[in-house]
Design a protein around this ligand. Sequence first.
Ligand code: ATP
Ligand code: MG
Length: 871
Amino acid sequence: MTAKEIRESFKKFFESKEHLIVPSAPMVVKDDPTLMFTNAGMNQFKDIILGNATPKCRRQADTQKCLRVSGKHNDLEEVGHDTYHHTMFEMLGNWSFGDYFKKEAISWAWEYIVDVLKIDPADLYATVFEGSPEEGLARDDEAASIWEQFLPKDHIINGNKHDNFWEMGDTGPCGPCSELHVDSRPAEEKAKIPGRELVNKDHPQVIEIWNLVFMQFNRKADGSLEGLPAKVIDTGMGFERLVRTLQGKTSNYDTDVFQPLIKAMADMAGCKYGDDEKKDVALRVIVDHLRAIAFAIADGQLPSNAKAGYVIRRILRRAVRYGYTFLGQKEAFIYKLVPTLVAEMGEAFPELPAQQKLIMKVMQEEESSFLRTLENGIKLLQGVIDDTKAAGKTEIAGDKAFTLFDTFGFPLDLTELICREQGMTVDEKGFDACMQEQKNRARNAAEVKLGDWVVIKEAESEFVGYDYTEYPCHIVKYREVKQKKGTAYEMILDQTPFYGEMGGEVGDSGVLVSENEEIQVLDTKKENGVAIHIVNKIPAQPEAEFMACVDVDRRHAIESNHTCTHLIDEALREVLGEHVEQKGSLVTADYLRFDFSHFEKVTPEQIRQVEHIVNDRIRQNIPLQEFRDTPIEEAKQLGAIALFGEKYGDKVRVVKFGSSVEFCGGCHAKATGQIGMVRIISESSVAAGVRRIEAITGAAVEKLMDDAQDLQNDIRALFNNTPNLLDTISKAISENKELQAQVEEFKAQKAAQLKEAIISKSQDINGTKVISGVLPIDPQNAKDIAFQLRAQFPERLLVAIGCAAGGKPTLTVAFSDDLVKEGKHAGQIVREAGKLIQGGGGGQPHFATAGGKNADGLKSAVDKVIELAQL
Ligand code: ATP
Ligand code: MG
């Protein structure tokens, strides 16, 4: 079977077991503060598992794009070195939300693997949780007895808490799990060592393919476990590992998922996969990372220097580095593989072909810029190596290697490689210590202690904020959040007009008021589908009815900016072209930010055009048309554009202002007139192919215009309220230029006079002409005079001039060339004599200057020069 057929067969199988097949969620997670990327199939169901939402179907299945490069699941350093861990991979999964449990989960897994896919049962091993005395948990005999219907006892293996007890986090749903492992070694090896001895032992041919998680407990903040009311089945099977097993390969990279990419990269590097292990690792790293990066960009996550963007940047850099070091790639190269990737995966993942140009541009630019960094890093490292050698040592200090890593993205193994080539080593312990220190700093700053939820009322939370900014409500639950910066509380309400931060729009703030209390709502965030109110305290009577009141002025400003974002989006497409696609936005009360794909700078004329179009639509006062709970197909017919990387349900909300139609869950003006006016205040580049504009609306524009007007008035007042400001200023500028020229001329004349004066006062010391004095001139004049004198008196001459124009004393010293030949050195003398004006300086033997602070010392400094010259 091809990879594609295998993917389809999984969906078909679970469809036949009455599962709803749902699409993969985006790889980049947007509403879960504990997670940057989807790292397992269950992520998109977290709100259901946590009891915040009702599933539309209690049995679901899908294939989910996952990325394991940060946090709890980080496989990055394995990838490429082994043959079965990827950064990005697909996870096939089936779920039961309070429906079936262990019996069906295990028997269907077996039926699919053995009856449908025909994997030999003799190669299969299952693990079950062995129990944990300290948790008071017995062995999962229930699961074991179900496996025993299919597998001989010696193919069922007990596993410890680490491998066989799954937890969502420090708190929350958890439970035992059972993994299915496949032994794909040749028969003679199987005969030598039984597969059961190699399960969970990192053997590359005895690998885990499927994990069945049985969530039946809830872990509380004090560490204790309680039963979960609605039990959950959550399974995850590595698609690439399954394909490899079915295609009879010993490496995921030998399947049709990766081979075309490996071949393309090997051709580019002029090598062959399988000839040289070092190169093979590099080839695997590159094709693996290529997928992760391309999918991340397609999902809207560009490489950047913070958070999720930085993780993507690091993956790309890792791939570049392997190509650079082991495949001799000195110029951007990974982006050239994108067409092959699109040819292979574009059909299953339409976001790839749709954004191919952007993906390639962004990658090429990132690669080139990192290759430049690498070159600089190599130079820096060479400096460190030279210094270390000069100090008679052979080991590079750990902190030096860490600085290279931290500041220049220069990884330790590359540093070591380069050092080794020159017979040097790196203090790895020192490096690790620096790394640990940095991690601790970050951890301490970010440490959060969450208390248990205190439940006041059983209810789901409903958002009423599209229609109301004040609404009566009850508290559903709350918990304490202890952080370095202080303690706050998170609170969930049954009905809330507060918008939780989501989709670029910031959250609402305001107050909760009951008969005898008032509580500040500092912010509202949306987490796993629920609005969480961040409040300053817990009410004395949490059961009371409260009035939830949103800060209305702030909300209106936010609404205006959000509506304006839609109008700008549409106007940009009209002015720049249909390729413009939203790549991120931020909507606050003060301003809005909009990122979009476009391949060159937006000109000032185009910006004006966009402003004019939007302002015109604001003046038309177009009313908001809102379509809630609209089936997605109908929404598309209304003209709304679905964005890649966004998670849409079957029912969506569409926001329409005249011809602007968007999928949007945010808060909007009732009509465009509310915006007042827009002004775009900046245009810049975020990444190759992505531009950013920032704009302000309403009262903020009024303020900007007031400030501009005030400034203009103030300037006009400076010019006697001239009616024609522009002419007056340009006249003033040209007059000023003329005067400047005259001043320069006068200064030169004066300097010439002063020069004659000091010549006439020159002394002869043992046959050397000494021309000296303290003059009221600029350092530049002093320099000119010194060189003129050197030309005028080419033999046996010393010039020593002090000057203090503008209050800053300068000492200027020059020798004729013959004295220089005799060993006189103006630079050395000026450094010494400069101390008398509290300054320092230096220069060449024939000419040098020193600047200082103490003008009173000039006369003695000049005398000192003559003394030091030892004529
Ligand atoms: P392993 O021990 O092999 O790292 P895991 O215990 O981390 O696996 P789970 O978290 O249970 O795996 O994920 C479910 C399934 O996803 C695994 O059985 C495996 O088939 C697959 N999988 C996990 N990590 C990766 C990865 N980095 N690349 C490809 N597939 C993976
Ligand atoms: Mg793992």
